[in-house]
Ligand binder design. Structure first.
Ligand code: G
Ligand code: G
Ligand code: MN
Ligand code: NA
Length: 255
């Protein structure tokens, strides 16, 4: 993996690339954003999903330079998108705890020319709870730059409602485990939870985005629940930058 890292030239390690998964607004089907997702193209094993290597990268601390590289790539790419399309980038817990994150984000935005409000940084509930005070200060400083904050995998962590109320979060990303159960036998409980999350988000002035939407049935239930945006295989898997540009040209006016 080290040999696949940016700047390395070892021929057999393959290369890292950033792919983009569309985020679609339910009321009009418009493509309103895209999440940057790291991919490792291995010469023999093909595309390797980050779930398989991000944990290792986090253990070694390599996630800090790699995370910066992803942000740079993605911000540069997003400057070519219509201004109505936002870019979402994942931050790991290790990045969140580091001094200098705010300066790094400021520099990358300035270098790319991407306006801060077009960037949304995704933080998992778990990463926030690791050191809540520090995370809160960090999130506040990022928001002061004008960057949006999304709470990733929401509903799977243990953040209390009191903590949520103090967090300056723009978007709740409803975890795919709830979405997977929607429209299925016994999916009523998941639907009730989704409704509660949407209500909670509204009360706190946050947007809602459901992840892992795979079927039209799920999309319809989510819409009925008042969820604003969806992301998942039903709309599109993460695609290469060029393919996203094609989607934006074709479907930017409605999917
Ligand atoms: O694409 P896949 O489902 O395999 O992604 C698995 C996990 O890897 C997801 O939780 C996703 O948030 C994370 N991930 C993907 N790209 C990045 C990245 O650039 N930085 C960080 N920190 N996590 C990422
Ligand atoms: O945790 P995070 O949301 O950052 O992870 C995003 C990952 O989820 C991506 O790596 C992508 O491969 C995966 N993913 C995207 N859409 C779907 C989907 O509809 N179903 C499932 N099971 N996984 C998805
Ligand atoms: Mn994410
Ligand atoms: Na997620």
């Amino acid at each position: 993996l080290l040999l696949a890292a940016p700047g390395a030239t070892h021929a057999t390690a393959g290369r890292l690339a950033v792919h983009y998964q569309p985020q679609v607004r339910l009321i009009d089907g418009r493509l309103v954003g895209a999440e940057a997702l790291l991919r490792w193209q291995h010469p023999r094993h093909g595309w390797i999903e980050p779930g398989e290597f991000i944990p290792i990268v986090e253990e070694t601390g390599l996630i800090v330079p790699l995370g910066e590289w992803v942000l740079r790539q993605a911000c540069a790419e997003a400057t070519g998108w219509p201004s109505s399309v936002r870019l979402a980038v994942n931050l790991s817990a290790a990045q969140l705890g580091r001094l200098g994150l705010e300066a790094m984000v400021t520099t990358v935005l300035a270098d790319s020319g991407l306006p801060a409000p077009r960037l949304e940084l995704e933080i998992t509930e778990t990463a926030l709870m690791h050191d809540p005070d520090r995370a809160l200060a960090c999130v506040q400083s990022l928001r002061a730059l004008g960057v949006g904050i999304a709470l990733d995998d929401f509903g799977t962590g243990y953040s209390s409602l009191a903590q949520l109320a103090t967090l300056p979060v723009d978007t709740l990303k409803i975890d795919r485990s709830f979405v997977a159960a929607l429209g299925r036998e016994g999916g009523g409980q998941a639907e009730a939870i989704v409704r509660l999350i949407v209500q909670l988000a509204r009360t706190m002035g946050m947007h809602t985005l459901a992840e892992g939407v795979e079927t039209d049935r799920q999309r319809a239930v989510l819409r009925a629940c008042g969820c604003e945006m969806v992301q998942g295989f039903f709309c599109s898997a993460a695609v290469e930058p060029q393919a996203l540009r094609v989607l934006l040209a074709q479907r930017g006016q409605g999917v």
